[in-house]
Write a protein that binds this ligand. Structure first.
Ligand code: ADP
Ligand code: MG
Length: 402
């Protein structure tokens, strides 16, 4: 199923390349989207995240040219299934970001940052971008696009980036050219993911550790609630500020350095400041989530599925009650999964991503996955009146040249 999806995407990419440029591509690269298994709202606290690459990819087909600029088509620049667009891209000299952001910002930004890191190319290139990572669906189509472009630049230039250098230059492209203050998780897992492994990433040291998740009888079920609640825009910065405030109050730079014992011992001190109750809850999530992430990693390695599931549900409850980033649709999805339970093949389930809608991630028994997906879809429709979009994946390979 996964291979078939990939083959279809690849064949379509080659076909579009032939249509647009009249030749076969010289170079083909792919980079996956991702899902975070646990470790939510921990990155800016210097904590741990635990993502894996998914079997959804951005593929780029390309050939060298003698032109001054690169001509790049994308098959999916918008929300519609197919919405093709082309652009011309600078491949040398000083490249400045625009104020306005669209799909070209991610591509031009990554080319610029790759050039800055030494991936100089002669001439230019023609390319077609094609992706089956849903755009704006919380599975990081943006990082998969950046990492695919960076991988293409490596091939075109013959210059290999360092292991951590590549995702970091992609992150810089998103910061500087797409004006999006993202963390490092998405680019690290898309660039460095390995088949049958999740990645424990320490967001402070920026050191990734691959964690085997090789049991084929367990799969990952991703359910998109297809809701995204309108936010004022201040929800994330507010939470970030709250976390920083507590860290400072306890004499640390980051909540990563605060233990749960220390936090609990300082409860009165926190409650004494303005909005102390809220601050305490926010910090309890961030500190607790680091502990749950490390615990889940160990349980995953030893195949202790009951402990894995307990960490996922506890993470969800903490994000719902202490961090207050869930919503009724997402809570419904998690409760439906929990009700199916271990007898029905569900190991655990939780909200994934920034919150206020988006996706849930569940670990399920592979042989029950289709049945579980059908139950979730049916129950969600009857409770919420909406269609969920569901797919099943195993941990996938990161960026590669095809
Ligand atoms: P997410 O990363 O969760 O999918 P983002 O809002 O961070 O959502 O990134 C989505 C944006 O990335 C799109 O609106 C588009 O500008 C760009 N993008 C991602 N994939 C592609 C693609 N295949 N072609 C063109 N632009 C893309
Ligand atoms: Mg993104």
């Amino acid at each position: 199923m996964a291979d078939q999806l990939f083959d279809t995407l690849l064949a379509e990419t080659k076909k579009i390349f032939a249509e647009k440029f009249g030749t076969e591509p010289e170079i083909l690269v792919a980079a996956p989207g991702r899902v975070n298994l646990i470790g939510e709202h921990t990155d800016y606290n210097g904590g741990y995240v635990f993502p894996m690459a998914i079997e959804r990819y951005t593929i780029i087909a390309a050939s060298r040219t003698n032109a001054d600029k690169a001509t790049i088509w994308t098959n999916n620049c918008g929300r519609k299934a197919v919405s093709r667009a082309a652009g011309e891209f600078a491949v040398r000299g000083e490249i400045e970001p625009d104020d306005a952001v669209d799909w070209t910002s991610y591509v031009q930004g990554t080319i610029a940052c790759a050039l800055e890191k030494g991936a100089k190319i002669e001439g230019a290139f023609n390319a077609v971008i094609n992706s089956n990572v849903p755009l704006g669906g919380g599975l990081s189509s943006s990082a998969s696009l950046e990492v695919a472009v960076a991988t293409l630049m490596e091939e075109l230039s013959g210059h290999k980036f360092g292991k951590e250098e590549k995702p970091l230059l992609c992150q810089k492209a998103e910061h500087v050219f797409a004006h999006m203050a993202c963390g490092i998780m998405d680019q690290f897992i898309s660039a460095l993911g390995q088949k049958d492994c999740a990645m424990l990433l320490d967001c402070r040291s920026q050191v990734p550790e691959m964690v085997p998740m090789s049991d084929p009888s367990v799969s990952v079920l991703i359910t998109n609630s297809n809701v995204k609640h309108q936010l004022s825009g201040s929800e994330y910065p507010e939470r970030r500020k709250d976390c920083e405030k507590v860290a400072k109050l306890l004499g640390h730079e980051l909540l990563r350095d605060v233990t749960m014992d220390e936090l609990l011992a300082s409860k009165d001190k926190i409650l004494a400041v303005d909005d102390g109750e809220r601050l305490f809850k926010r910090a309890r999530h961030a500190v607790g989530e680091d502990g749950r992430t490390l615990k889940m990693k160990e349980a995953l390695i030893s195949g202790d599925w009951a402990t894995v599931g307990a960490q996922m549900y506890a993470s969800h409850e903490s994000l719902r009650d202490d961090y207050e980033v869930s919503c009724k649709e997402i809570d419904a999805l998690v409760e439906i999964a929990r009700k199916i339970g271990p007898e029905g093949g569900v190991i655990g389930s939780r909200i994934t991503g920034g919150g206020f809608g988006g996706c849930t991630v569940s670990l399920v028994k592979t042989d029950k996955a289709d049945e579980i997906a059908a139950t979730i879809a049916r129950e969600y429709k009857s409770q919420i009146g909406k269609d969920a979009t569901i797919f099943v994946t195993r941990p996938a390979q990161g960026a590669r040249v095809l």
